[in-house]
Design a protein around this ligand. Structure first.
Ligand code: PLP
Length: 385
């Protein structure tokens, strides 16, 4: 395959070479079942334990609070549905309009089953209003689920303040931190977060492994039942190779955290500043300050994000737009709509998300190509006079 410039790291990431090396033995010679009585299987348990400790270190909690799952989506579903099952008398869920479908879809399904679901709106920067949240949390609320950082814009929510409000009302707080973990430092021991989801493939581990953090003492029923794996909290034979990979990825994330917030951020800023300057009618979407260091979301007004992606693709550049193809028509992203981004700009929103594997040369290449793409599409646009 010809050269690929991968600026779509919020969609998924490259498996780190060290991670691949660490997981290999568990796909070859060390294939035993960690639950087996014999030494051959049982020896694998030790590696799971060590991986649990590495993940706990990354997010600042005790290893007994880490439950391995199959992905971020499972962790989100398990948190929401598990808490509702543990509090059968409570019928209200509070979330936001800008969550990932992994949270929005189960909430909407539950709404169909009779639960009251409140989706808080956001302002133009993508932030919720804390007073609105405070007013909504009541005795009937079983769970509040609000993402740590948004996947499309990178906007980081005021999670400490949010968790404090929710805790003061004695309600369970879950955060989907799939985009935050590995990119910004977290310390759950010092927080009021009860439940947190993360996903391996967003931090240079492979797809198919995730975590649900459950703070000690949190009331939650298991989502997947069967065997007694994960101390009865998540049944199913462990994805040993995936778990070992995630442990290694967590160690690397700790090692590279500083770089993520300096080198990667600098590359992101260079790209963003150049595109906002060189492309006419380009605007940044979301809070400029409270943002993941690797993400920029820019609207190129009057043109389609999909058209931009296709032309970028011709140069081997991978980026993303939040638009979804529903019933044959392109719908602007629900995140852009919730932020009140005008229709003509929401359609042209494009996300570039970087990682530690990106280089300045790649950024320069995109800076060179993007104005050409935008100008070419503007010439074809029916919206430009
Ligand atoms: N939550 C957020 C914020 C995400 O960005 C994603 C994936 O893009 C998910 C949840 C789902 O994670 P997974 O792909 O591991 O199911």
């Amino acid at each position: 395959m010809s050269r690929v410039i991968y600026f779509d790291n919020n969609a998924t990431t490259q498996v780190a070479p060290e991670v691949f090396e660490a997981m290999k033995p568990f796909l070859t010679e060390l294939y035993g079942n960690p639950s087996s009585m014999h030494t051959f299987g049982g020896q694998v348990e030790h590696y799971i334990r060590s991986s649990r400790e590495s993940v706990a270190k990354l997010i600042g909690c005790d290893s007994s609070e880490i439950i391995f799952t199959s992905c971020g989506t499972e962790s989100d579903n398990a948190a929401i549905k598990g808490v509702l099952a543990a509090y059968p008398e409570k019928k209200k869920i509070i979330t936001t309009r800008v969550e990932h479908p992994a949270v929005l879809a189960p909430c909407r399904e539950l709404q169909g089953l009779g639960y009251k679901v409140v989706e808080l709106g956001v302002d133009k920067d993508g932030q919720i209003n804390l007073d609105e949240l405070k007013a909504e949390v009541d005795d009937d609320t079983a769970i509040v689920t609000i993402m740590y950082a948004n996947n499309e814009t990178g906007v980081i929510f005021q999670i400490d303040k949010i968790a404090e409000i929710v805790k003061s009302k004695d309600v369970v707080f879950h955060t989907d931190a799939v985009q935050a973990v590995g990119k910004i430092p977290l310390n759950l021991d010092k927080s009021n977060i009860d439940l947190l989801s993360l996903s391996g493939h967003k931090l240079h581990a492979p797809k198919g492994v995730g975590v649900l953090y459950i703070k000690k003492g949190t009331r939650i029923s298991p989502f997947i039942i069967g065997g007694h794996q994960e101390r009865g909290r998540r049944a199913g034979t462990e994805n040993v190779a995936g778990i070992v990979a995630l442990g290694k990825a967590a160690e690397l994330a700790i090692e590279y955290m500083e770089e993520e917030n300096t080198k990667v951020k600098k590359l992101r800023d260079k790209l963003e500043n150049a595109l906002l300057k060189s492309c006419k009618d380009a605007k940044l979407n979301g809070d400029k300050i409270n943002r993941l260091p690797n993400t920029t979301n820019i609207s190129f007004e009057f043109i389609e994000g999909e058209a931009i992606l296709l032309l970028l693709n011709q140069f081997g550049i991978c980026a993303s737009s939040g638009s979804a193809c529903t019933s044959g028509a392109l719908e602007p992203s629900h995140v852009m709509r919730a932020m009140g981004v005008p229709f003509t700009a929401a359609h042209g929103s494009t996300r570039f998300s970087l990682s530690r594997y990106n280089t300045e040369e790649e950024v320069d290449f995109v800076i060179e190509k993007m104005p050409l793409i935008v100008n070419r599409l503007r010439e074809l646009s029916p919206f430009v006079k």
